[in-house]
Design a protein around this ligand. Structure first.
Ligand code: FES
Ligand SMILES: [Fe+2]
Length: 413
C-alpha cells in the first residue's frame, strides 16, 4: 500500500497518550516522508545572526539532501542560498564556515555575488545569459538573533512566529552576542526520540545530576500544562515582567512553538555546578535584573533554547537518517566577554555537555529497545509527560494535515 496512505491511517488511528508505532522511529520510508512533509516544507532554525557579523561571512548546513549556504551580503542582509552551482551542480562553499568577497565554485570558478547572482563564468558561449544562472534562493528570516530558513517553494507565513518570538528575545540582544563554544553530537536515534526526550523531565532525576542542581524537575516548568496555576512560576513572571521582560507561557495555536520564562531552583542564576553565574558580564546590556531564570523557546522541528542572564544556549536538531540525528549546541555570551577573564569555558559548558551526553545515551537506549519485535506503543505519564504528548500530538496533526492537503491538491491537479 502507498506509504502516504499507511502513515495517514496509522496516525488517524493512533492510540492517544501512547508512543508511536515502531516504523515511525526506525523505517526509512517513514523517515523520507517526515523530511518531505516537515523538514523540506517548514521553517527551520539554522543558526545565529552573530555567527556571520560581516559581509561575506558564511556558514553551510546540510538539510537532508539539500546543501545550503547562509551568507551576509554587502547590504547587511542575511540570505540563504542553495549551495549547488548552476553550472554542473558542484557545491560552491565547501567548508563549514568562512569569509569571502565572492562565492567562487571550486570546480570551474564560476563566481557569484554574495546575493547569489552570477557575476562571471569563464569562456562560455557569446550568447550565454548569466542572469539565468544565479544561485537559487531559499526563504530566510531572522528574528531576535535567530536565523530561520524554509526550503519550500511557498513558505508558510512567518509573521506569527516573528510576532511571538521577538518580544521575548529582543531584550537579550542575541543578534549582537557571540558564540563562545559549539558542539555537534550524533545521537543514534530518530529525530522524534530526541524531541520526546527533550519534552519531559521525568527522566531528569535519574539521569542528570549536574542539570538537576539548578533546573527544576517540576512538569509545570518543562511541560505545557499547569504553569499558570503554579504560584512560584506566576511570582517569577511578575518579577520579570515588572522589569520589562515578557515571561508568560505562550503556546502557538497549532502547538508548534512556545515561549515562556521559568525560574531556576531557588538561588540559582545559571547552569553551573554552583548555580552561580558562569559569565561575569551580563549577556545583554539591556537586562540587569538578577533571578530571571531561563527563557525557554521551542520551535518544532529544529530548536529548543535557554536564555539566562549571563549566557544563552541554543540547540538545533537535524535528522541525518531514520536512526541518526545531529544535535548542535551553541553557548552565546556578550560579544565583549573575554574567555579566561569573564568566563571559564569549561565551567560555562560543563553542565550541558554532560547533559547532552546523558541524553544521547538515553535516546540511543530508547532507539535500541524500540527495534525489538516485542516493542509496542507504551503509555505516557500524564503528570510528567504532558510535553511529550503535546509533541506527538503536534507531529500527528501536522502530518495528517499535510497528507490530506496534498491529497486535495493532487485531486485538483
Ligand atoms: S560546477 Fe561550478 S563552475 Fe563548474
Ligand atoms: Fe534530558
Amino acid at each position: 500500500m502507498d506509504i502516504r496512505n499507511t502513515v495517514l491511517r496509522q496516525l488517524k488511528n493512533r492510540r492517544e497518550g501512547f508512543s508511536l508505532e515502531q516504523p515511525f522511529y526506525i523505517d526509512q520510508d517513514y523517515f523520507k516522508l517526515d523530511m518531505e512533509l516537515i523538514y523540506y516544507r517548514d521553517w527551520l532554525f539554522i543558526g545565529h545572526d552573530c555567527e556571520i557579523p560581516k559581509a561575506g561571512n558564511y556558514f553551510t548546513v546540510q538539510i537532508g539532501d539539500y546543501p545550503i549556504v547562509i551568507v551576509r551580503g554587502r547590504d547587511g542582509q542575511i540570505r540563504a542560498l542553495h549551495n549547488s552551482c548552476r553550472h554542473r551542480g558542484s557545491r560552491v562553499c565547501t567548508s563549514e564556515r568562512g569569509s569571502s568577497a565572492k562565492l567562487v565554485c571550486p570546480y570551474h570558478q564560476w563566481t557569484y555575488e554574495l546575493d547569489g547572482s552570477l557575476l562571471f563564468a569563464r569562456q562560455m558561449a557569446e550568447d550565454f545569459d548569466k542572469t539565468q544562472f544565479n544561485l537559487k534562493q531559499v526563504h530566510c528570516e531572522s528574528v531576535g538573533g535567530y536565523i530561520f530558513i524554509c526550503l519550500a517553494q511557498n513558505a508558510p507565513d512567518f509573521a506569527p512566529v516573528r510576532a511571538s518570538i521577538e518580544p521575548y528575545m529582543k531584550p537579550h540582544r542575541l543578534s549582537e552576542a557571540k558564540v563562545a563554544f559549539q558542539s555537534t553530537i550524533i545521537e543514534k536515534g530518530n529525530w522524534k526520540l530526541v524531541w520526546e526526550n527533550n519534552r519531559e523531565c521525568y527522566h531528569c532525576a535519574g539521569n542528570h545530576p549536574e542539570l538537576c542542581r539548578t533546573f527544576p524537575e517540576a512538569p509545570t516548568v518543562s511541560g505545557v500544562q499547569g504553569a499558570m496555576s503554579d504560584p512560584v512560576i506566576v511570582a517569577h513572571w511578575q518579577h520579570c515582567e515588572a522589569a520589562g521582560l515578557p515571561s508568560e507561557f505562550k503556546l502557538s495555536a497549532d502547538g508548534q512553538y512556545r515561549t515562556t520564562r521559568m525560574p531556576l531552583i531557588e538561588g540559582a542564576e545559571s547552569y553551573t555546578m554552583s548555580g552561580q553565574r558562569a559569565v561575569k558580564r551580563q549577556l545583554s546590556d539591556d537586562v540587569s535584573l538578577g533571578g530571571i531564570g531561563t527563557m525557554l523557546l521551542f520551535h518544532y522541528p529544529t530548536t529548543w533554547n535557554h536564555v539566562l542572564g549571563d549566557h544563552a544556549i541554543s540547540f538545533r536538531v537535524l535528522p541525518l537518517n531514520a536512526e541518526e540525528t545531529a544535535v548542535t549546541t551553541k553557548w552565546l555570551v556578550h560579544k565583549d566577554a573575554v574567555e579566561g577573564v569573564d568566563y571559564d569555558l569549561e565551567e560555562l559548558t560543563h553542565v550541558w555537555t554532560e547533559t547532552n551526553d546523558q541524553d544521547r545515551r538515553i535516546v540511543e537506549e530508547n532507539a535500541f529497545g524500540i527495534h525489538s519485535p516485542a516493542y509496542e506503543p507504551g503509555p505516557y505519564s500524564e503528570m510528567h509527560e504532558g510535553g511529550v504528548m503535546q509533541f506527538v500530538e503536534w507531529y500527528s496533526n501536522f502530518m495528517i494535515n499535510r497528507l490530506q492537503g496534498d491529497q486535495k491538491l493532487s485531486a485538483v491537479a
